[in-house]
Ligand binder design. Sequence first.
Ligand SMILES: [Zn+2]
Length: 220
Amino acid sequence: MKPSPDRPELLPELVEVAPGVHAYIQPDGSWMINNTGVVVGSDDTLLLVDTTSTEARNRALLALVASASSAAPSYVINTHHHGDHTFGNWLMPPSTVIVGHEVCREEVLAAGLLAAQVLTGPDYGHIKVRPPSLTYSTSLTLHLGTRVVELHHPGPAHTRGDTVVWLPAERVLFTGDLVFAGGQPFLAEGSIQGYLSALSCSALSTVSFKPTSAAAQFSS
Ligand SMILES: [Zn+2]
């Protein structure tokens, strides 16, 4: 199955999982076709969880995000360094702060655009490397007005620089590639032991999944 921009019947959609909190879902979720998150603060601050892989897909993401918020993104959180989550960083305005774990930044810079040379299926268009400019080591909390957005590093799991994004009031968790709907974990650059530990970390162990791929909304 081909990626959505090439198949009109497979258009991405923005699904509101809590007021002002959206999952951007791209069919069909195969290689280099990820889901992302869109969070609008009480003060209208706009935060994105990840970008996507190709120029066309990132422009489609921004076009649909504009239907949820007229603001420019203040923050983009990179859940890890893989190109389907970071290749759109460069399309964000210079004022957008790209946030990621300190190892994520290292890995974005080390990997460069290699993934586009290895996974040659999509037409990537114009892409450039733009690493996180704000990094953290253990956890970081952002306040979008009264809306709280927590970033936690669960340790090496899918990659060495993973971040999960937790909205405690809304009980919404953006897991990056720690969780695939209907797919097995991908750990080629991560850690099996770390992955098991990540699933046991507090944010993941106190909730039960109602997966929507990009965002999972939870009940205790
Ligand atoms: Zn990944």
